[in-house]
Every structure is written in C-alpha cells, then in structure tokens.
Write a protein that binds this ligand. Sequence first.
Ligand code: ZN
Length: 309
Amino acid sequence: MALCAPAKEGNTIYEDILGALGGAEGERRLAYKAAEDGSILSELDMKLSPEQYQHLYNTPGAVVKRKFYRTAKKWTNNIVPYTMDGSFANHKHILQQGMDHISQKTCIKFVPRTTQRNYIHFQNGEGCNSHLGMYGGRQAVNLQNPGCRSKGTVVHELGHALGLVHEHQLPDRKIRIEYNNVAPQWRMWFDPYKTYDLDQTGVGYDMTSIMHYGLYAFSGNGGQTIHALDKSKEYLINGNRSVLSKSDIDVINNIYCGGTGTGTGTGTVTTNCTDNDKDCTYWANQGHCNSSTYRPFMSQTCRKACRFC
Ligand SMILES: [Zn+2]
C-alpha cells in the first residue's frame, strides 16, 4: 500500500481508507488516539464517543458499568446541514455526487448550513472517517486529500454520519473470518456487534453494502481475511465501491422515514415478549422504562421487564 495513495477507481473502500492513513503504520498511530473532541477512532474510520466505544466493545478493565447508550442519534427531520473547508475548492463535485446519491435514494436531505446547531463539516483531516450518527454541534467528516476524495468514500463516511455501522460486523453476517491472516491488533475490528446494540430494521446482512470492507481488510500478512460462506457469491463483497446497496437504502429509509420515530438509532427489533439483556429488570426498577432518554432503548431491548408486551 503506497503512502497517501490517491483514491483509485479500482480500490475497495477499505483500501482507500487504509491508504489515506498511510497503511498499517498510520492506522496504528491513529487508532485509539483521542481526537480533540474526545472520540476514539475505531474500525479504521468510525469516530466513537467513549460511551459508544464502551458500549460496542465493553472495554476490558473498564470500571464503568456498561450503560445502554444507543450507538447513534438521528438527524432531526432527516436534514443534515453541512459546511466544508477550502480544500474542497476543486472537489465540491465529489461531495455533491455523494450527497446527491444518498438524497436521490432516501429521504435524507443535505443542506448548506446556515444557523443550525448540529452539522457536519467536511475537512481535509487525517484519514477518511466520521462520527457515528448525529454527534452534536459541529462534527468533522475527515476526507483527506489525496486519498479519500471519491464518491464511494464520501457515501461510506456519510453512511456512518447517518448512523450506519459496518456490514461485515453484523451479527447475521454470512462470512467467515480467517483470523490467522488478520493482524492481531485489528482482530477486534471483526467482532460481531451484539444484536441488542443494533436496529437492523428487519433488513438482513448484505454482501453488497457500501458499508462492507473488502476481502483483504485488516490483513496482517496479505492473505484473505473475509470469506463468504457461499463461495459463489464472494465476488460481491468487493464489488460495490460507490453506491448504496438496496439494503443500505432500506435501512436508512426505515430509520429515518418509516421507522418507529423513537428518535435514536439502534436497538434490536424485537417481536417476542422477551428481554434481550440480563440487566433489564435492574434498569426497569431504576425507572428507565419511562424516562425520555432511555425509553426508546428499553422499548426494544427490555420489552418484558417494562411490560411493553
Ligand atoms: Zn467505515
């Protein structure tokens, strides 16, 4: 992987992201590094708040009991205001292509920011990365130049900003990870998310998602790291480099347009009258079933304890 490789047509999203960081060494330097806003770079390109990180990865040795933070907040009224720095003078069309694509396929609208409090700021930061969901205030989407200035990378990072997580970590993924080929420090980035952290809105894992890394992602020795369980479909994993897949579109539209209107992004879609976390009774006794902050989470994760079913 060449240092500061320009975004190439033939690259997978993962290769572009890693290339922009300057390969494995750059990733090592940036990983876990707290940004000025206190976020933690995870999975190569997601800036997680400490709470989101704690939630998704249950940091070993952490003294704070895992709380039921939702991993993503939604944008109000499906509108994402944006600004950009001067480095996009010659690249506005690439941003526009990415935003137009998402707007054409979903109910999300991107508008130049006027006075909105919460907005994204496209900047020539280090690597290609984004916060997960609406973070609050001005949140940077880093699209390093060169390296991250392609439509596919813009769509992928905006996917994170809208609250989408990585497809290859979904609990219902139909892939096998060849851990022997994965660099040890990156193995955790293949941990499947827990079902109760996610709202897949009834949409299953999809190899063609723009949020899926390629077959050689996080390889430590050059060997293949992701294998499709159905070998005949494996080519699909590296196939999508620039557009939302049908499943990406469905999830965004379910969450933002036809979803439950709960206002926060994640949580298992539960149809059975069960609890999906051993702490549900405890949380219910704390009064979280009806608190405005936690009710969306509790109504999906602790339906039984809260007597919502
Ligand atoms: Zn990503």
